[in-house]
Design a protein around this ligand. Structure first.
Ligand code: SF4
Length: 220
């Protein structure tokens, strides 16, 4: 019941675009719409940047106070708080310490980052140790270990194209070293070689998860 009332409070505060949204029992923070890729499987294209009634296209990155103002003061009812929107949260690396500290003060039980894994290229250095100070878990969307298939599926920005897959794999290894709760994921799509992704995940000591492929948008 407490969770339901928190969710209602958040929905009442709902502004467009939404800086935060609730899905299942987690609170998601929409920190940016900047993205280093144009993944073929990304629902932001077919869902017009909407997600179950939330409008997630941000005209600019929200400030830390704007993000904190958009969420409840008591985060204990949520299973976790997740950095994830229709953008790549590692662009906001400099703001994550202040954000995560505030989330923990509000009772966040677990903080997770969902990422396409290109943060090392975005920031120009290995960021896993920094991330380990601000999140409890990281989910890296790898999707394939084949260099040709990677470019076709994830479509990274031209400046990242040559190093993208290698960098994501290095980032994944570094995350396992610094963040014990590291999961490598792939979308469940036809022609996806999920087994090779699972094999890679296990070879570096990460968990593996097959994510459902979403394509048809139904407003709820
Ligand atoms: S990185 Fe994330 S937000 Fe960007 S296109 Fe891929 S799935 Fe979509």
């Amino acid at each position: 019941m407490l969770y339901n009332s928190q969710m209602e409070t958040l929905r009442k505060k709902l502004e467009s675009p939404s800086l935060a949204y609730v899905f299942k029992k987690a609170l998601y923070l929409n920190t940016t719409s900047r993205c280093p890729s144009a993944c073929r499987f990304c629902i932001k294209f077919s869902w017009s940047y909407k997600f179950h009634g939330y409008e997630l296209k941000l005209p600019k990155d929200p400030t830390v106070p704007e993000l904190l103002n958009a969420i409840p003061n008591d985060l204990r009812p949520f299973d976790e708080v997740v950095y994830c929107g229709y953008g790549e949260s590692t662009y906001r690396l400099a703001d994550l310490p202040a954000l995560s500290e505030a989330l923990r003060k509000r009772g966040a039980r677990r903080i997770r980052l969902n990422t396409i894994g290109l943060g090392n290229l975005i920031q120009g250095r290995d960021i896993a140790q920094d991330l380990s100070k601000v999140v409890d878990a990281v989910c890296i969307s790898l999707n394939t270990t084949d260099p040709v298939a990677y470019l076709d599926l994830v479509r990274p920005l031209p400046e990242y194209k040559n190093q993208a897959l290698t960098s994501v794999q290095e980032f994944s290894r570094s995350c396992v070293k610094w963040i014990p709760d590291t999961t490598i994921t792939t979308v469940d799509m036809p022609d996806i070689d999920a087994k090779s992704v699972e094999t890679f995940a296990k070879s570096i000591g990460a968990k593996f998860r097959l994510r459902p492929f979403l394509d048809e948008y139904e407003d709820q």
